[in-house]
Design a protein. Structure first.
Length: 507
């Protein structure tokens, strides 16, 4: 498979030397070799695994072989020879064909000329930073501490369609005043957000204890005696103290210049002074890599964005997750003694997340824990080690009231789902009076999904061939996007935060 991917990358990269960068929307299709039938072929191309390409004038299909008259071009697109050729179907990597060329069943994956692929990569970096580094995505949550509203969480970041709806659990870092807790959910992006359910989770904790979710958010770990790790080493072996305090001064690396999928390994050294069950505590968020990839993919959809959304909804979560398109990035593996102890996968570039990875029972001594994730994807604010006391027992409560006055359109009831348009806010109120006198850590449990809005500035980059690669050869897709991302990587932050959608008189 690796050989096929490398060859496909070579084909798509070198094919750009033919012709200029004029966008020609030729309705061509990607078909499987076994579906070809004999007939005339007005420009059909057979892309081979070694990067060469045959251009056929007519073809004849006999069993597993295809014979034709045409031309053979090298990977650098120099003419090698003309004449008659015979190819085995298994030797062909990709087949392009005009719809009217052969008697074929139509396929859904529309392609433009592959020559356009690399031409579409040329662009103006500033245009992306100011237009496409849009703030978002998902609802942003705030709580009031008696003095000001504080950013707490962002909900269901990867639920970009109803079929991908999930429940996201986020720790509330601030302890609210006793009585009523007000949580504001706000839409600060150009998208439509659907909050299907909103809960508050309380987990009781003992004196000097803290509570964190496990990476899969299926359990709550009570810990104590938390302290910074002994050492945090970057991939090049340099030691940094940036992760010893939760202060927003984060460690981050920059993406690889050749491939966005390139991983990095960070080394964490912990010292166990007393044997027992230990946990690794991490405070983190992501960079804007996923935001870039999501918005760029929407741009490639162009005016057909609603059609692709419809297809996503029809295929459902299984198809999207099975192919693991964006899952290639969104996992930070925690490895101890060669065993994966946990995988952090929650994404979001706005609010920090906290998680505790159970390392199991450790004897006294020094240990090295590896953090393995995509290079340039993670921002790590803090890493600590703690004694695991046990699992907490969650208490789930629903809001007793919803204030929908911050929703601009009229006639909105106090019921789920709550639909937020840009600038809308909703206030969820929870009664905590019966839980006074005890110490709890609070968590928000947000269930929902959202739809990004297409932007007219983005549709200029419509490119169905890139979308075909995203779904069929995602590794090739991300490799091709690498230079595009690298060109704006260091400028994305400013463009992102400056594009935050604010409505006059809002929060």
């Amino acid at each position: 498979m690796k050989g096929k991917i490398k060859a496909a990358i070579l084909v798509l990269a070198l094919i750009s030397v033919v012709g200029g960068c004029t966008y020609k929307h030729l309705d061509r299709y990607l078909v499987k070799p076994e579906r070809l039938k004999s007939g005339k072929a007005a420009g059909i191309k057979f892309h081979m695994w070694d990067g060469s390409v045959y251009v056929a004038e007519s073809i004849k299909v006999e069993g597993d072989y295809i014979t034709f008259k045409g031309s053979l071009y090298s990977p650098s697109r120099r003419l090698v020879e003309k004449g008659r050729f015979k190819l085995h179907k298994d030797s062909i990597a990709l087949v392009e064909v005009n719809e009217y060329s052969l008697s074929l069943n139509k396929v859904r994956t529309l392609l433009i000329t592959v020559d356009v692929v690399m031409c579409a990569i040329s662009w103006t970096p500033l245009a992306f930073v100011t237009v496409k580094a849009a703030f978002g995505s998902c609802p942003v949550y705030y709580t009031y501490d008696g003095h000001r509203w504080n950013l707490e969480a962002e909900g269901f970041s990867m639920s970009i369609a109803k079929s991908l709806m999930e429940t996201d659990i986020d720790m509330l870092e601030r302890t609210p005043p006793a009585g009523t807790l007000s949580v504001v959910a706000k839409n600060e992006a150009l998208e439509t957000q659907y909050i299907v359910d909103q809960k508050l989770i309380l987990v009781e904790k003992g004196e000097d204890e803290e509570v964190y979710t496990t990476p899969d958010e299926r359990a709550f770990l009570r810990v104590k005696n938390e302290r910074p790790v002994k050492a945090f080493l970057t991939e090049d072996g340099n030691r940094t103290d940036m992760v010893k305090v939760r202060d927003g001064y984060e460690y981050r690396s920059w993406a690889d210049s050749n491939n966005l999928l390139t991983p990095e390994t960070l080394r964490v050294r912990i010292e166990v002074e007393r044997a027992g069950r230990k946990g690794l505590v991490i405070t983190y968020r992501q960079t804007l890599m996923t935001t870039f990839l999501l918005y760029q993919s929407i741009a490639y959809m162009g005016w057909n964005y609603p059609k692709y959304l419809k297809m996503l909804e029809e295929k459902g979560k299984g198809s999207f997750r099975k192919r693991g398109v964006f899952a290639r990035f969104g996992k930070l593996k925690v490895i101890l003694n060669g065993e994966v102890m946990g995988e952090i996968s929650e994404v979001g570039p706005i609010a920090h997340n906290n998680a505790a990875v159970d390392l199991g029972y450790l004897n006294e001594g020094e240990y090295e824990v590896l953090l393995v994730g995509t290079k340039g994807f993670w921002k790590i604010d803090y890493v600590g080690v703690a004694d695991v006391v046990g699992e907490g027992n969650p208490v789930v409560i629903s809001p007793f009231d919803m204030d929908v006055s911050g929703i601009q359109r009229g006639g909105v009831g106090k019921e789920f789902p709550v639909i937020l348009l840009p600038g809308d806010t909703v206030v969820f109120r929870f009664d905590l009076s019966r839980y006074s006198g005890r110490s709890y850590r609070l968590f928000l449990a947000s269930t929902g999904y959202y739809y990004e809005w297409q932007r007219k500035e983005w549709v200029k980059e419509e490119n169905p061939v890139m979308l075909a690669l995203l779904y069929t050869l995602p590794d090739v897709y991300f490799r091709l996007l690498t230079p595009k991302y690298k060109e704006v990587e260091r400028a994305l932050e400013e463009g992102f935060w400056n594009s935050k959608y604010e409505r006059k008189g809002g929060l």
